[in-house]
Design a binder for this molecule. Sequence first.
Ligand SMILES: *Cc1c(COP(=O)(O)O)cnc(C)c1O
Length: 375
Amino acid sequence: MHQAKNNVPFVSLSPVNDSVRAAFASKLSQLFDASEYILGKEVLDFEEKFAAYCNAQYAIGVNSGFDALKVALKVVGVQPNDEVIVPAHTFIATWMAVTDVGAIPVPVDCGIDTYNIDPDLLEAAITPTTKAIIAVHIYGLPAQMDAILQIASKYNLKVIEDNAQAQGATYNGLLTGSMGHINATSFYPSKNLGAIGDAGAITTNHSDLDEAARAFRNYGSVQKYVHQSIGINSRLDTIQAAFLNLKLDYLDSWNNERIQLAQLYNGTLHDLTAKGLVLPYCPPNAKHVYHLYVVRIAKRNELQQYLAARGIQTLIHYPIAIHLQQAYAQLGYKPGDFKIAEEIAETALSLPIYPGLTIEQVHFVCDAISEFFNS
Ligand SMILES: *Cc1c(COP(=O)(O)O)cnc(C)c1O
């Protein structure tokens, strides 16, 4: 315990993955026996179970969160040169899925409290070529879906939830992944529900979108060697599905553990808010599942170094606002265009949070932050 206390990693996947290790080994052996390597029962079981978990009608397994977004954009009919509204502050995959289908990402700035897309700025970004809005539930806090859905319906736009960071979160009692027309999630290993490699899924309540996505991820095939449309290969790997099937049973308890750790951080760090430390915000109508526990502080880089010197690993999500990344230079944005996104990039710091992180470790981190403020 003493050793763990003096070395707090940003994340450890062992506590969650070890809990299914033995069961997974025997499942793997069954897959060998059945020679079940592509799609098959494991994938269907997982799709059914994940749809039920999200309270959505359908789930379609794909190869990654990126592919889930890309397939979602394709099947709602986003065409080259269409505009798709994206949050200025997100992981860059959200934007890259839009550019990958040939469409144009149109950023909208975020709330300085929620870090999610600001619904009050949405209407000004809508043009006659806008086709869809991607609502990202950043860090595990759901975006303001009621306002987003209302504006989308007024302008006849599709809503795609990017639920990569928020599996199990709720907004007005509704689960993320059940509110948009079609929704994407990622099972990247460190996500709240993580695979042991790349994996992702789409959820929807629309049977036509389910059918289109199911075909598109498998070469446009509705039946073996019958192709009604052009598709790609982005099938959820059967081994990943087997692993996820085992882990999904624990997701709620792991999310609850994250919430308890976040509450411990909130309570312990509260006094420092008077000195300029900004803690995560969660409105009363949302359940935040703390994929990340992000604080903000003007002297962010100094705090990060101070913690690193004490064996506490932190990360920055994300250090460069996407509109200022070289990858998107062709869009022509400049510093100042999305002030909140830039402010987050300059001041956000993600503290360690994961199921298995101990109360002592959280206190160790909080004590170090206190000392930083007093030094
Ligand atoms: C992780 C993530 C993705 C991409 O998922 P991959 O499985 O890595 O392709 C997309 N959007 C957000 C917000 C993410 O956090």
